[in-house]
Design a protein around this ligand. Structure first.
Ligand code: COA
Length: 262
């Protein structure tokens, strides 16, 4: 039986749990509520004895990143273990079962980080990825840890500093995407692939392979969580206000203040 949370859907397809972000009007932006509902769905998947997990999304975009209203409300300064996206991403990385992202449309900011936290990515032709955080005065804290392992540090810095879009062809060539399929096939492909993987391998070997792969990467999760507070409040307030007020950012005063200090 499918279980519907408020903004997240959960269902078992055979042995595979499918967790679907379901707030298409807000482009599935990661609000406090969505983050906590995905965590609850992960718990459900364990009690349902799911052998692998697919993370999908409804609507034109996979996920538009952190919910900007929650960010403006001081989310980064008062993190709560139940709603901190970085802890959700860590949980997915440390999850013993294989997690496959099924991505369509934009995977922006935290949406890109969500895909990076999954083990494998199946993407629709419409999929594109970008990290607009720095241009909004925040940093993609989990992306800083996970992205460079996949694309290398130069390309990671370029993507983080520029916020430019990566489409599906570049995504495949940079190792961000494992397979590209038609939009209507993206979830089915991810579920079929998950079934294939769990049919061919026992749980202990799969989870040990995943655990040690990440252990060799040596992520510093304490740094990931704390690093968001390293950006001055005034900078992110300007970046996020500009988004909600639908205007260009004005970071010039910060550059001038820096010049006056020297
Ligand atoms: N947080 C809160 N609300 C968001 C959001 C976010 N991250 N992303 C989108 N929304 C809202 C929009 O404000 C809009 O609300 P409205 O209907 O009340 O105006 C609604 O979702 C639809 O977004 P819209 O921009 O009209 O959709 P689109 O399909 O034209 O574009 C995106 C989709 C994802 C490309 C675009 O919404 C976008 O760039 N979002 C911001 C992403 C971002 O900067 N994330 C990082 C945050 S640090």
């Amino acid at each position: 039986m499918p279980t519907n949370f408020s903004k997240v859907l959960f269902e078992m397809r055979g042995d595979i749990a499918v967790i679907t972000l379901n707030d298409p009007d807000r482009r599935n932006a990661l609000s406090r509520q969505i983050v906590s509902e995905v965590s609850s769905a992960l718990e459900l998947s364990a009690s349902a004895a799911a052998r692998a997990i697919v993370i999908a999304a409804n609507g034109p975009a996979f996920c538009a990143g952190a919910n900007i209203d929650d960010l403006k409300d001081g989310w980064m300064e008062r993190t709560d273990p139940l709603t901190d996206p970085a802890l959700l991403f860590r949980r997915l990385v440390e999850e013993p079962r294989v997690v496959i992202a099924a991505v369509q449309g934009a995977a922006l900011g935290g949406g890109f980080e969500l895909s990076l936290s999954c083990d494998l990515v199946v993407a629709a032709e419409s999929a594109w990825f970008a990290l607009p955080e720095v241009s909004r005065g925040v940093i993609p804290n989990t992306g800083l840890a996970l992205l460079q392992r996949i694309v290398g540090s130069r390309v990671a810095l370029e993507l983080i500093a520029s916020g430019r879009r990566v489409g599906n062809e570049e995504g495949v060539s940079r190792g961000l995407i494992n397979a590209v399929v038609a939009r209507e096939a993206v979830v089915d492909k991810a579920v079929a692939w998950a079934h294939e993987l769990v049919a061919k391998a026992p749980p202990g070997a799969l989870s040990a392979a995943k655990r040690h792969l990440h252990a060799h990467a040596g992520y510093d999760w304490t740094r990931v969580q704390q690093s968001v507070t390293d950006v001055p409040r005034a900078e992110w307030q300007e970046g996020l206000d500009a988004f909600t007020e639908k205007r260009d950012t004005d970071f010039e005063p910060f550059w001038r203040a820096l010049a006056n200090q020297s």
